[in-house]
Design a binder for this molecule. Structure first.
Ligand SMILES: [Zn+2]
Length: 527
């Protein structure tokens, strides 16, 4: 159904602000994977990164600009020539590139952070936007901490940016301080006062420190904003950004009120949420709006009865709208390649022959141990087994001896090339022992920063999904593993993190320990 009404542009910053979430670090492959999904979701703009921040960010922006078709690809830069050059160097390959430049305009930021006067900031905006414009037709300008800036000065800055060629003006509530009526009034004021504002896109970027990011964004839309910056699952600095799925579904579900539309393919929302959660290692809270595990679950008998009689009694959205489809097909040990391929295609995974073969092997292993393979199990297989980076280490075998009055001992065999290396180690628990045995083989100086275990689906034979984060020379790597055996899942997750590390850092740059001291218990190790 084609809706009338004002078009709201969805600017996704999952790969920039979202990737700045504490503890999150994505490699180029993972960022590309998310960018491909964002293109399927049909976001209008992908902010791919902040190229000056690190070589990894630069490479990711460049790779996304080169490959992803459809959305505008934006790169972030502070408003100075060096940052802008670096951002342009990475994003120039895109069919529709955008440079996003920013400088703070609140007194508190100008005084303490920038140590610049208002006049100096105005001059920097004029210079910076003009400079960016020499490279790129599409220039977005953000006055950082806009919601705490003096409104008169803010309007002055925006006029300068527009006169210098900005095509998009983005108003950030950088610290998540604004309230909806206040933020709405600020947007109305800007529309009223700033010369030339009617000729540019007016955008907002809200943070969720008070849980108001979505509400503030909606208030801005009501007052004339037509671009919203947001991130999948609401991830981002501190409490995160406006959640993409929430703003999109609020506009969709309350079309009767807002009379606005987006270009988002809402049926891709659930899959995008799963993908981002899985790659960032950031779980989605159960009661999270739209994409939480409980978002469409009815517990009370009265509600269940109502929904069974007529769905709309207690459901304001159809779960199918976000791509949450329940299937009647039950896959198990006797299912063949064809059934697997069919179900995976229904779930949106289109695999090559080689990928399908690999998925099928893992499916068979799992089906031997688990009666019914659910959609979530299949998603986990594809997420963990198919999106692969070259594997230096492959788990060959794992034997663990543990109990209440014995010292946990693990024997691990890892295949490296054609050889199998085997080591045994004791630990404070079976997971600790397993990781130590792996360390003895790899001899890499690793610190385990976090370990989490989740059941992918219910039941006693549920598949366990382990996510670990390891630190190597100040850099963090996330690994994941699945199995019906949580110890095996732990080993797979740890090896996955190590393989990513080897791939990212490059084998020639690795530093090894002479030997791993088994008695030397590492802090923070899961027991
Ligand atoms: Zn932000």
């Amino acid at each position: 159904m084609e809706r009338e009404g004002r078009r709201i542009y969805i600017f996704d910053t999952t790969l920039r602000d979202g990737e700045q979430s504490p503890g999150v670090s994505l490699n180029v492959q993972e960022k590309l994977e998310i960018a491909r999904q964002l293109a399927r979701l049909k976001v209008d703009v992908i902010e791919a990164g902040f190229p000056i921040a690190s070589p990894g960010d630069f490479e990711a922006v460049k790779a996304i600009a080169q490959e992803i078709e459809g959305p505008v690809i934006a790169a972030l830069a502070r408003i100075n020539e060096k940052d802008i050059d670096r951002a342009w160097e990475a994003v120039k390959y895109a069919a529709r590139p955008r440079l996003h430049v920013f400088i703070a305009t609140s007194d508190i930021h100008m005084k303490h952070k920038l140590r610049m006067t208002r006049e100096e900031v105005l001059a920097a905006v004029q210079r910076g936007v003009s400079y960016a414009k020499q490279h790129c037709q599409d220039v977005e300008f953000s006055p950082e901490d806009a919601s705490r800036s003096d409104p008169d000065f803010l309007c002055q800055v925006l006029e300068v940016a527009i006169a210098a060629g900005a095509t998009v003006i983005n108003i950030p509530d950088t610290v998540g301080y604004a309230t909806p009526p206040e933020f709405g009034r600020l947007i109305a004021l800007i529309r009223q006062r700033v010369k030339g504002i009617e000729n540019v896109t007016l955008s907002v970027h809200c943070h969720n420190d008070l849980g108001l990011a979505v509400a503030n964004s909606l208030a801005a839309i009501e007052n004339g904003a037509n671009q919203v910056e947001c991130a999948v699952n609401g991830i981002g600095e501190r409490a995160g950004n406006t959640a993409l799925e929430e703003i999109v579904m609020a506009l969709f579900t309350r079309y009767d009120y807002y009379r606005c539309k987006t270009g988002i393919v809402t049926e891709e929302i659930y899959r995008t949420s799963r993908l981002v959660s899985s790659l960032t290692g950031m779980p989605v809270q159960y009661n999270k709006a739209i994409v939480g595990k409980n978002a469409f679950a009815h517990e009370s008998g009265i509600h269940q009865d109502g929904v069974l009689k007529e769905r709309t009694t207690y459901e304001i959205m159809n779960p199918a709208m976000i791509g949450l489809v329940q299937s009647n097909i039950v896959l198990g040990k006797h299912s063949g390649r064809h059934a697997l391929r069919t179900r995976l295609a229904e779930l949106g995974f289109n695999l090559t022959e080689a990928e399908l073969e690999k998925a099928f092997q893992r499916f068979k292993e799992l089906a031997d141990r688990k009666k019914e393979i659910t959609d979530r199990d299949l998603e986990a297989i594809v997420e963990h087994e198919i999106r692969q980076i070259p594997e230096k280490y492959v788990l060959q075998h794992l034997h663990i001896s543990t109990g209440t009055h014995v010292i946990p001992t693990a024997t691990v065999g890892l295949k490296v090339g054609e050889q199998v290396w085997e080591e045994a180690a004791c630990g404070e628990g079976p997971v600790d022992a397993t990781f130590k045995a792996i360390d003895k083989i790899t001899r890499l100086p690793l610190a385990l920063k976090s370990y989490s275990l989740n059941a992918v689906t219910g039941g006693k034979d549920a598949v366990g999904e382990v996510t670990v984060q390891v630190e190597y020379e100040g850099r963090h790597f996330i690994g994941r593993g699945i199995s019906t055996d949580v110890l095996e899942a732990s080993a797979r997750a740890y090896i996955n993190a190590i393989n990513k590390l080897v791939y990212d850092v490059g084998e020639e740059n690795l530093h090894y320990l002479d030997e791993v001291n088994n008695a030397n218990a590492r802090p923070g190790v899961a027991k």
